[in-house]
Design a protein around this ligand. Structure first.
Ligand code: GLA
Length: 388
């Protein structure tokens, strides 16, 4: 694969000089959804699919980008002196945003770059292709120019650029998982303090299966930002009656005792999800550590119900996938994963049930929805790294 990407790079940009290669993975979140901007815990892991870059320094200020996934756009030319985002720049607004965010932190690029990108995360699937592109750009800049920046900082810079350059008010989970992932481990991250711990995901007799609904509803970004605002308002209302910094500070009991301070029924449900989901993530990791994957699975199912009914970020197609999964013998747990309104589900499926899971979901989803789902039995991979 790498050889093929290098050949493509040479075709586009010529064969001279020090050509380097980088990889940053996508992620799947096992539990702890829509908690990362509420001071809660998340439990994502890096995948083995992700985004690759082949790159070389230039001796002028030009930035030249080419993506094999958007080959019709051809080479997109820009300049270090012109880092403003604009719509026609398409996908290149992600690497440009990261270069801009490095400059904001005082790390100005001394020269431009030629960059070829290739990604194998299915487009729009909610498996963090944009976060992987941001983190990829971060390690590329660190390695090429010797910037003194940690992997956690690269994740934070990626999030900063997504928030302030690309206009999506996301939390830290996706960039953190892509930068800090570890093979066969999920990351138990406290998004309030950025303290984290790796937890081995040793599923002796089960697999992680992702099902891509192949739908992405258009309200994603605006609805995501709406949820954030609702939670922020609910937090302010609660702060009138209890001394907390984030919704993640509350236990279920404390929430129930004070929830009447939240003046709208919708905001109460949003905040309830944030509080309970954080507690579910904490309990799920404890269960996994104790080897109790049944409890882990039940918490995943409860997470789905809460995201569907209280947080309202699921959709018809995803609910169909989850209902189908719940009805299959050998499914330990199944839920929507990621931002929502389409995208993917994540399920834990016993080894001897995987074949039946795949054929049942494949046939019944198409029958009910009218198009096929895509199903991936996945491995947990390493975080972003230099490939040379
Ligand atoms: C998107 C965001 C993340 C997180 C999830 C929901 O993936 O980028 O920061 O909020 O949604 O858990």
């Amino acid at each position: 694969m790498l050889e093929k990407l290098r050949q493509e790079f040479e075709k586009k940009f010529g064969a001279h000089g020090d050509v380097r290669a980088y990889f940053a993975p996508g992620r799947v979140n096992l539990i702890g959804e829509h908690t990362d901007y509420n001071g809660g815990h998340v439990f994502p892991c890096a995948l083995t699919i992700g985004t690759y870059a082949i790159a070389r320094k230039r001796d002028d200020n030009k930035l030249r980008f080419y993506s094999m996934n958007f080959d019709k756009m051809g080479i997109v030319d820009t300049d270090l002196d012109d880092l403003t985002p604009y719509k026609a720049a398409g996908w290149t607004n992600y690497p440009k945003g990261v270069i801009w965010a490095f400059e904001k932190r005082g790390m100005k690029l001394p020269a431009g770059l030629d960059v070829l990108i290739y990604g194998n995360i299915p487009n729009g699937s909610g498996l963090s292709s944009s976060a992987s592109l941001e983190v990829l750009t971060g390690i590329m800049l660190k390695d090429m120019f010797g910037f003194d920046v940690s992997m956690v900082d690269i994740a934070l810079i990626g999030q900063y650029s997504e928030n302030n350059y690309n206009g999506c008010n996301c939390g830290i989970m996706d960039q953190f998982a892509s930068a800090m992932g570890k093979k066969d481990n999920a990351i138990f991250l406290d998004t309030n303090t950025l303290e984290y711990e790796y937890a081995p995901v040793v599923l002796e007799d089960a697999k992680i299966v992702i099902v891509n609904s192949k739908v992405k509803h258009s309200l994603v970004d605006s609805a995501y930002n709406d949820r954030r605002n609702e939670c922020e308002t609910a937090l302010k209302e609660l702060q009138e009656v209890i001394d907390i910094k984030t919704l993640g500070d509350l236990t279920e009991e404390e929430f129930e005792a004070h929830k009447d301070a939240i003046k709208s029924e919708i905001r109460q449900r949003r905040a309830k999800h944030a509080v309970y989901e954080n507690q579910r993530a904490i309990k799920a990791v404890a269960a996994l550590k104790a080897g109790d994957i049944e409890t882990f699975g039940k918490l995943m199912n409860a997470s789905h119900v809460s995201l569907r009914d209280d947080y309202e970020v699921s959709c018809k197609e995803i609910d169909i996938l989850v209902d189908l999964a719940w009805a299959i013998d050998g499914v330990v747990g199944s839920r929507i994963t990621g931002g929502g309104f389409g995208g993917c589900t994540v399920s834990i499926v016993k080894n001897d049930a995987v074949d039946n899971f795949v054929s049942t979901i494949d046939a019944k989803y198409e029958e009910k929805v009218g198009h096929k789902a895509e199903i991936y039995v996945v491995d947990i991979g390493e975080g972003a790294h230099v490939l040379n």
